[in-house]
Structure formats: C-alpha cells, structure tokens
Design a protein around this ligand. Structure first.
Ligand code: B12
Length: 211
C-alpha cells in the first residue's frame, strides 16, 4: 500500500493529471475499498501537501492545480460510492455547506459523500455560501441536520452569527460542525452546535445511533 501511495503522490507532485486519475480508477476497478482510497490516497493528497517553493505566487497556482486534479478524482469516485452504498438508507436528511468566505471545500464534499454512503439523504450546497443562501436552503429543504465545514478560524465569527439566527427560527434543526478550525477552536469560540464530527467513523457512529 505504502508504495502505491508514494507512486500516486509522485504523479500529483509532477501534475500528471491523466495518470493520477487513471491510477485511482484502476485501484477502484481492481476492487480496492472506496473508503481506503479516500483515507490513504485522496485525503492525504491535500491534507499533507506542503509547497516547498519560496515564491508565494508559485505556491498558490500549484495548490490550485493540485486541488483541481484531486477534485476531478473525487468526482470520478461517485459511481463507486453508489455501488458501495447499495440499499443502505436512513430516514434523515443533511445539508452540507461551507459558510461565507470559506473556500476550502474538499473536506465538505468528502463529508457529504460519507453521509451518502451511510444512507443519509445528503446534499452539498457549496463553498463560500452566503448566510442568506444557507438560511434559504434550510427553509425550503427542511433538513434534519445542517453540517458546516470550517477550515479558517476567522470564519468562525460569521458562522456563529449564522447558527444563532438559524437556532432562533429552527430550534429543531441539528447543527453539525467539522473541519480544521473546528478541531482546533470550537470550544474557545463558544460557537453553538449539536455535534462535532470529523471522520467517516464519526458519521458511521451517528448513522448507527439513528438506525
Ligand atoms: C487546497 C487548499 C486551498 C484551496 C482550497 C480549494 C478548494 N476548492 O477546496 C485554495 C487554493 C482555495 C486555498 C485558499 C486559501 N488557503 Co488553503 N489550503 C489548502 C490545503 C493545501 C488543503 C486543504 C484540503 O483540502 N485538505 C484536504 C481535506 C480532505 O482535509 P480537511 O479539509 O481537513 O477535511 C477533512 C476533515 O477536516 C473532515 N471535515 C472537514 N469538514 C468537515 C465537515 C463535516 C461535517 C465532517 C463530518 C467532517 C469534515 O473530513 C475531511 C476528511 O478527513 C491546506 C493545507 C492543509 N494542510 O490542510 C491549506 C490551508 C487550509 N489553507 C490555508 C490558508 C491560509 C489559505 C488562504 C487564506 C491563503 C492561501 N493559501 O491562498 C486561502 C483562504 C481561502 C478562503 N477564504 O477560504 C491554511 C489555513 C490556516 C488557518 N487559518 O487555519 C492552510 C492550513 C495552509 C497552511 N499551512 O497555511 N487553500
């Protein structure tokens, strides 16, 4: 496995988009578990990425290029998710979003896929989603859960205001928080929430508790 991961990361480092995509699709076609592909290949491809170039502008476009390749790979895993999910269904819906100014969305998309895999009716509504759009989605779709992914801690202030507004109008809506800023700063920020989830195992446990 370690050799395969290194081979894949090398393809990404060299920005060999076609080869990187085919590498993962071949692993999936040869029967590897979709969750292993997420955990060992897709998540570390960005989470462990450090740009070692000195000039910041090179780092930024390189980060964009890598993210774009990883995103394409992620979208291409969807048919395999459909197969892996099978008939699993629980009668709960979740909207996943990145709040206003939060552009880091790969974690949110992965979380949406994990909810889907565990049988939730899961809908991802986007990165940098203005508060009024999130409120509108809650109003129209009436989900059981709203899951917000926050990476940058400075987005916690706006998110805190959004949750206060939502809780005042929709007291039954359960708020799930996840992402790097939540892992580090949820308690300090005194943000309201019902659940903090950060991994597939956390979502699987919630699904088990609800079944
Ligand atoms: C890719 C990336 C970007 C891309 C994002 C593109 C996109 N479409 O998503 C772009 C280029 C836009 C970007 C921009 C910026 N970035 Co950036 N970025 C990254 C990078 C390299 C990877 C992030 C990522 O996708 N990780 C992989 C995912 C899978 O991991 P994850 O998000 O943690 O999600 C996992 C869990 O947290 C969890 N999870 C996440 N959300 C949720 C939600 C729920 C409900 C659940 C259950 C679980 C869950 O599940 C996931 C799977 O395990 C990180 C470096 C790093 N080490 O993380 C920096 C990083 C996050 N960025 C950083 C910064 C500073 C920025 C910028 C301010 C400056 C810049 N570099 O351009 C801007 C800010 C943009 C904004 N306003 O949001 C800092 C953040 C520091 C901080 N403040 O805490 C980091 C850590 C880099 C660094 N070391 O300085 N970035």
């Amino acid at each position: 496995m370690k050799t395969k991961i290194n081979e894949f990361i090398k393809l990404l480092d060299n920005e060999e988009k076609d080869k990187a995509i085919m590498y993962i699709l071949n692993l999936l076609d040869s029967g590897n578990d979709i969750l292993d592909i997420y955990e060992y290949f897709i998540i570390p491809a960005l989470a462990d990425y450090n740009c070692d170039n000195d000039q910041e502008e090179i780092c930024i476009w390189k980060e964009h290029t890598r993210t774009s390749i990883v995103r394409t790979i992620l979208e291409n895993t969807y048919p395999y998710l459909i197969k892996a999910k099978g008939n699993k269904k629980i009668n709960k819906s979740v909207i996943v979003a990145c709040p206003q100014e939060e552009y880091h969305e790969i974690g949110a998309i992965i979380a949406t896929n994990y909810f889907y895999l565990e049988g939730f009716k899961a809908k991802y509504i986007g990165a940098n989603t203005p508060s009024e759009e999130i409120i509108s989605a809650v109003k129209i779709l009436k989900p059981d859960y709203l899951a917000l992914s926050i990476t940058n801690y400075y987005n916690l202030i706006q998110t805190k205001k959004l949750i206060n507004t939502l809780k005042a109008s929709y007291p039954n809506l359960k708020i799930i928080l996840g992402g790097q800023a939540i892992k580090k700063y949820a308690n300090k920020s005194k943000i309201q929430y019902d659940l903090i989830l950060n991994s597939y195992e956390d979502i699987k446990k919630l699904s088990g508790d609800l079944s």
